[in-house]
Design a protein around this ligand. Structure first.
Ligand code: PLP
Length: 407
């Protein structure tokens, strides 16, 4: 029989958060091992449940909505209207219901908007490290991912000079993930304004991922880059997965704002792709309306005494006690991206490093190169497990590193 191969479109597509190391972990679980999973921001898996108000509305709505069937491709009017109100709260001007698309999570909309945009050879500027869906989706869409550096020495801020140096006549868009996964960075307005300036000068679309915009520590606040870029075409992605701990509901949205007049053809493309997938799941759409309309704040969790606030502090304290490990304390989101000093840990292949940590200590992390980081000297962990599990997990990482150093 002729072998059946994957399409050549997938040749440069990689998504290591759910890659081969996770397959190995699954196999170990099947063999009866208990693994501590610090690999995925699956909030619900750590007992951080969706707000009760959302759950109750979901239950109440389910019978009538399942019976109602498909919705408009962009989504139901009322939840989209609630997204419009959200954009008003975030000072993004000129957004109407027509500019809002609901999706089965932000992921679907990210892929859709890149697919609608890119021709072969078109370049998209992406942060390094990044949330790897972007690099994968650019590659799948036939585009070329071009990574700009985020600088660990400056709290992982985007290096504006590097961004400028990497703009070419083929650059179509720049992705800004703020708050950032995997670094936990939160960008000040001054940095956002500099990025807007580059986009303005070179007529780039800004693709802004703001899915962690309420998951903020230390009393920080978040600015939507679209609120600073009225004269630039912006697409802002958000959803319920993180801020509302509802990732299983697959409920996300994207908002087109700014300079829309010259983007009619692109918007037609977005509409076409939205129609092709018919619509987002209806219960998830209604959950958006409940979430944005009601008070179910994440504030209690991110406060210094809240569960996420405490776990962030604990993970930071424990990691920084390990020789040769440094980490920028995250200002937002659910992740840390620690550095392993190569003088202590001369890692050649960080996926192999992740395998060995899993095999020896039953702790699952994701290697830094899985986030398109430039060197095998970082890894990402989520600080979602409760304090006891975090202590246990970081203790095991410390023990593994001690042995690694002495090899
Ligand atoms: N964007 C970022 C930066 C993320 O970290 C994630 C998930 O981890 C997503 C998007 C995916 O969100 P959704 O669950 O809405 O598809």
């Amino acid at each position: 029989m002729k072998p059946i191969s994957k399409s050549s479109k997938l040749a440069d597509v990689c998504y290591d958060i759910r890659g081969p190391v996770l397959d190995k972990a699954r196999q170990m679980e099947e063999e009866g091992h208990k693994i501590i999973k610090l690999n995925i921001g699956n909030v619900a898996a750590f007992g951080l449940e969706p707000p009760d108000e959302i759950v109750q509305d979901m239950i109440r709505n389910l019978p009538s909505q399942v019976a109602a069937g498909y919705t408009d491709s962009k989504g139901l009017f009322a939840p989209r209207k609630s997204v419009v109100h959200y954009t008003q709260e975030k000072n993004i001007r000129g957004v109407t219901v027509d500019d809002v698309y609901l999706g089965n999570g932000a992921s679907e909309l990210i892929t859709m908007s890149l697919n609608a945009l890119l021709n072969t050879g078109d370049e998209v500027l992406l942060p390094s490290p990044d949330y790897p869906l972007y690099t994968a989706a650019v590659a799948l869409s036939g585009g070329t991912p071009v990574h700009y550096l985020c600088d660990e020495q400056s709290d992982w801020m985007p290096d504006i000079a590097d961004i400028r140096a990497k703009v070419t006549p083929n650059t179509k868009a720049i992705v800004v993930i703020n708050p950032n996964n995997p670094t936990g960075a939160l960008y000040p307005d001054s940095v956002l304004r500099e990025i807007v300036e580059v986009a303005r000068q070179h007529q780039l679309i800004i693709l802004a991922d703001e899915i962690y915009d309420k998951t903020l520590y230390d009393g920080n606040t978040h600015t939507s880059i679209a609120s600073l870029a009225e004269d630039v075409l912006c697409i802002t992605y958000n959803g319920l997965s993180k801020n509302y701990r509802s990732c299983g509901y697959r409920a996300g949205w994207m908002v087109v704002s700014g300079e829309k007049k010259h983007a009619r053809d692109y918007i037609e493309g977005l509409n076409m792709l939205a129609s092709m997938r018919l619509c987002a799941n209806t219960p998830g759409q209604l959950a958006i309306q409940t979430a944005l309309g009601g008070y179910q704040s994440i504030k209690d969790l991110v406060a210094p005494t809240g569960r996420l606030g405490r776990q962030r502090d604990l993970a930071y304290e424990l990691l920084t006690q390990i020789p040769g490990v440094t980490v920028v304390k995250p200002k937002a989101a659910l992740y840390m991206f620690p550095r392993l000093d190569p003088k202590f840990y001369p890692i050649q292949d960080d996926r192999q490093f992740a395998y060995e940590l899993l095999a020896d200590e039953k702790v699952l992390i994701v290697q830094g190169t899985g986030f398109n980081w430039i060197a095998p000297d970082h890894f990402r962990l989520v600080f979602l497990p409760n304090s006891d599990d975090l202590k246990e997990a970081i203790g095991r990482i410390a023990r593994f590193l001690e042995h690694y150093r002495k090899r």
